[in-house]
Write a protein that binds this ligand. Structure first.
Ligand code: ADP
Ligand code: MG
Length: 256
């Protein structure tokens, strides 16, 4: 049975897409069967997985509108070792088109039932908003992974997300829980980051992942080559951290 995780945070530029593609590549590397779903119309996770969003005939948009199945629309990225259910600008229209349809927030959940036996992990890269697209992700998921930078306003932003997750949990998806907070772009030399990291640990204890993702320029360079850092430069510190994180996730789901 596939375990399904949303990578979500309503802030933009916090490392959601970087986390999604590198965790997917890290999991593939340790032998897991992975489907990566891009729910952001920007299509960065698609491009960053070696799949050209402009050349896709079917995307997650078709799946949400029920004109294609996940099996039909997903493509395998040879370079990355995982399947990609891609997105492009067309997905922005789904928000409006879903307004009047039945069980609009459960479309992805139903579509994923078909591939439940085909994957160990399904990772969903969410857009930086609490939109109908994100809601579809949250309804389909068993858990949420929240990447965050250890900055002053990080905790404040977290409150909105935690409230949304609570609402989804109460009304739409009883299975949903926050799996954990992932500290990303971490620079231990910056005292404030160390302090915020300590605060996170104090408030959320075991909800904070052990693995810390360092700020690492190779992770930022990789997308311009259409690859996750883990594939582009496996020896880089950031890539190694993501493989460690993949192993930590494998351990976590054993206990779920
Ligand atoms: P989001 O999906 O939340 O908008 P991204 O994953 O696109 O965020 O990351 C925002 C920017 O930060 C990108 O340019 C990305 O390459 C860069 N970035 C992400 N994580 C790291 C890291 N650990 N070290 C250095 N740069 C990073
Ligand atoms: Mg993104």
């Amino acid at each position: 049975m596939a375990k399904i995780f949303c990578i979500a945070n309503q802030k933009g530029g916090v490392g959601k897409t970087t986390t999604t593609v590198n965790l997917a590549a890290g999991l593939a590397k340790v032998g897991q069967r992975v489907l990566m779903i891009d729910l952001d119309p920007q299509g960065n996770a698609t491009m960053g997985s070696g799949v050209d969003k402009r050349k896709l005939e079917l995307t997650v948009y078709d799946v949400l509108l029920e004109s294609a199945s996940v099996k039909e629309a997903a493509v395998f990225s040879e370079k990355c070792g995982y399947h990609v259910l891609g997105a492009n600008r067309e997905l922005a229209g789904a928000e409006v088109e879903l307004v009047d349809v039945e069980r609009r927030e459960r479309r992805l959940k139903f579509a994923l039932a078909e591939v439940d036996a085909d994957y160990d992990f399904v990772l969903i890269d969410c857009p930086p908003s609490l939109s109908m697209l994100t809601l579809n992700g949250l309804c389909a998921a068993h858990g949420v992974i929240v990447p965050m930078q250890c900055e002053y306003f990080a905790l404040e932003g977290l409150t909105d997300l935690v409230n949304t997750i609570k609402q989804v949990h109460a009304n739409l998806n009883k299975d949903l829980l926050i799996i954990g907070l992932l500290r990303v772009m971490f620079d231990p030399r910056i005292t404030l980051q160390q302090q915020v990291s300590d605060q996170l640990k104090a408030h959320f204890s075991d909800k904070v992942f052990d693995t810390v993702i360092p700020r690492n320029v190779r992770l930022a360079e990789a997308p311009s080559y259409g690859l996750p850092g883990v594939v582009f430069d496996p020896a880089a510190k950031g890539s190694q951290a993501f493989v460690d994180f993949a192993k930590e996730m494998v351990e976590r789901i054993r206990k779920m």
